[in-house]
Every structure is written in C-alpha cells, then in structure tokens.
Design a protein around this ligand. Sequence first.
Ligand code: HEC
Length: 179
Amino acid sequence: MKYWSWWLLVPALLCGCEQPDMADQPRLETYETGAAFNDGLAARPVPEGTVARDQRPAATENPLPINAETLAHGREQFDVFCAPCHGRNGRGQGVIVQRGFPAPPSLHRPRLRRAGDRHFYQVIRDGHGAMYAYASRVPEDQRWAIIAYIRSLQLSRNARLEDVPRDHRPLPDTGEDPP
Ligand code: HEC
C-alpha cells in the first residue's frame, strides 16, 4: 500500500469509536432531589419579580413613534391579521364574516373609540370572546403599530376640520378661481 492510502482508513477509524452521548451529562432533572441546594430540590423557586416572556406589563400608551412609517406598517399588519374579520375599514364585515364567522363589533363604536390603547393590546394578545389570541402571530411591536393604525382609522371616520393641518385644508369655496 502506498503511504498516502492510509489516510483512507482515518474516517473509518473515527466512526468506529463510541461517541460520548452529549445528552448524557451530570445534571439534575427538574423534579429530582439533589444535594446541590439546601432544600434538597433540583427545581429552583422563581426569583421574586420574574415576569414570564410576553407577560411584561404592557405600556398603557403606544410606545412607538406615531409617524407615517409606523402607520404604514400598522396598516399592512392590520390588513393581514385583522381585516379578514374586521374589514379593511374596521366596520366588522371582513370576508370571513361574509362567510359566516361571528361579526366583530365595529371598531368605530363609541365604546371602542373611548377604550384605551391598552385594551386593544390585550385583545390582540389574549383574544376576546369568539376572537382568538394573536400573541403568537403578532409580536409586540406589530401590535402597537396595528393599534396606531386602528386609531387613525377611527379618527378618519370622525375627523373635524380642525384636526387637519391648516395648509392641508381645502380652500373655502368662494365661487372665485383660487389665486
Ligand atoms: C377570525 C376573525 C377575527 C380576526 C382575524 C380578528 N378579530 Fe378581533 N374580533 C373578532 C370577533 C368575532 C370579535 C367579537 C368577540 C366577542 O365579543 O365575542 C372581535 C373583537 C375585537 C375587538 C373588540 C373587543 C371589545 O372590547 O369588544 C377588538 C378591539 C379587536 N377584535 C381587534 C382585533 C385586532 C386588532 C385584530 C388583528 C390583530 C383582530 N381583532 C383580528 C374576530 C376577529
């Protein structure tokens, strides 16, 4: 055999020996008893003040900057996740509802216009009655973007002329040609 051909045997030798099982390590199972801690339990008490992932107390106000970018993002997410039931205009007549799913209330109802951002946040996270929870599909930032967009939808139905910046208001119709 030529000397280099010994190298061909190397992989075979490596595969032959027993690999240590990585899962088999000295550690305590969750409810096992063990001497590592004074109380003899492997399971440790949850430190005071621990908050489970996604159970952080939600802000009461929208923490995102309310600008065109946030609203565009919120609109996109609303149209994907909420509009199928709530309708793109928020009046509760989305395509799924038209096919028989229970109709949600209009988002323009006075009660929902008065409700704080936090209420919307909780409805998205935990669900509400016939509506499922969207916590696993709509992460936190997207929830707030959707809420900002819902606010703008609500406002769009109830805006007064004073809400529009002066230089965006239509010119009063004087019957004359604008200057
Ligand atoms: C599969 C249909 C469906 C989807 C998708 C859906 N909802 Fe709902 N939603 C409902 C229904 C039905 C109700 C009424 C539930 C009830 O009162 O039993 C509701 C209720 C609500 C309410 C009113 C809660 C109240 O106080 O009465 C809000 C706010 C809301 N949804 C927001 C959202 C948002 C935001 C999304 C998207 C992230 C969304 N929903 C997605 C069906 C849906």
